[in-house]
Design a protein around this ligand. Structure first.
Ligand code: PXP
Length: 289
């Protein structure tokens, strides 16, 4: 009798477990970059809008983490924002920074959960290219040994270049973030080629045991194709979320992106060719939304 009673229960538990595994394997972490809330604040030197309040709204709406970029020229996030953010948020704090002694000192003191190393040139409008990990081994090693001491996860912001990805593994990174800027700016076959490059890069990184994030220039429309890449586990999105928030509020903006990401994830399959076709076509249709 026991067998008859227990079997359906066991089948149910296994079904739920498998469903959860399946779900969690596909659930991309959505990190929101709140830099441009600080851009608006700094434009007038006011106390508002507060990037910390914005970050908490993102968390309430289901964001998995908060990303901030402390730039050399402090054009948006300020040193005290980093400290206040560390105190205030409940999820993961990802600090984007250049591999300089000044930034290492700040990061070591504040202790974010993740550091993402980005290249930085004062004159650029935003982060325009991936990091040259091979060309900056010494500076990256300095950051990576501080990260090891402090228990901070290290991520490198890279173009989908096989040599750079391999180098990052040897420099102590546990994660890479693929630069999606070109994918976002291209269209037609150029975009398809870039999508394939990102997919190959993310696959290589995953094979090397690196976690794969992606970001830059993503919108509710074009994020669908990136979320369809099977190895992508995290997305860092800023400008377009803050832009949406102007009209619908922070919480609704985050939810809109969460839905778009879920649409991309739903397109994942082992058939890479079909993902490519679907992601590019659904990206095109959602541009009109
Ligand atoms: N990822 C990295 C490494 C970045 O430097 C930026 C821009 O600060 C982003 C993601 C977010 O880009 P966007 O603001 O275009 O969404």
């Amino acid at each position: 009798m026991c067998r008859w009673v227990l079997r359906p229960q066991k089948a149910f538990v296994m079904g739920v477990t498998n469903a959860l595994r399946h779900y969690s394997a596909w659930m991309i972490r959505l990190h929101i970059n709140v830099d441009h809330v600080a851009t608006v604040r700094n434009a007038r030197g006011t106390r508002y809008p507060d990037p910390i309040f914005a970050a908490q709204q993102c968390e309430l709406a289901g964001a998995d983490g908060i990303t901030i970029h402390l730039r050399e020229d402090r054009r948006h996030i300020l040193d005290r924002d980093v400290e206040r953010m560390r105190e205030a948020i409940q999820t993961t704090l990802n600090l984007e920074m250049a591999a300089t002694d000044e930034m290492i000192e700040i990061a070591e003191r504040v202790g974010p959960d993740v550091i993402t190393l980005v290249p930085e040139r004062r004159e650029e409008r935003t982060t325009e290219g991936g990091l040259d990990a091979m060309g900056h081994r010494e500076a990256i090693r300095k950051v990576s040994s501080m990260c090891e001491r402090r228990g901070i996860r290290l991520s490198l912001f890279l173009a989908a270049d096989a040599d750079q990805i391999r180098a990052s593994r040897n420099l102590g990174a546990g994660q890479i973030e693929l630069h999606t800027g070109d994918y976002c700016e291209l269209s037609g076959s150029g975009r398809t080629t870039e999508w394939e490059r990102l997919a190959r890069g993310s696959e290589l990184a995953a094979e090397l045991g690196l976690e794969v994030a992606a970001g830059h220039g993503l919108t509710r429309a074009n994020v669908i194709g990136i979320a369809a890449i099977p190895a992508v586990e995290e997305l860092n999105i800023g400008h377009a979320v803050i832009a949406d928030a102007l009209f619908v509020g922070m919480g609704e903006a985050v939810k809109g992106f969460r839905e778009a990401v879920a649409r991309g994830e739903a397109q994942r399959s082992t058939d890479t060719h079909s993902i490519k076709i679907q992601s590019v076509s659904s990206e095109g249709s959602s541009r009109d939304e």
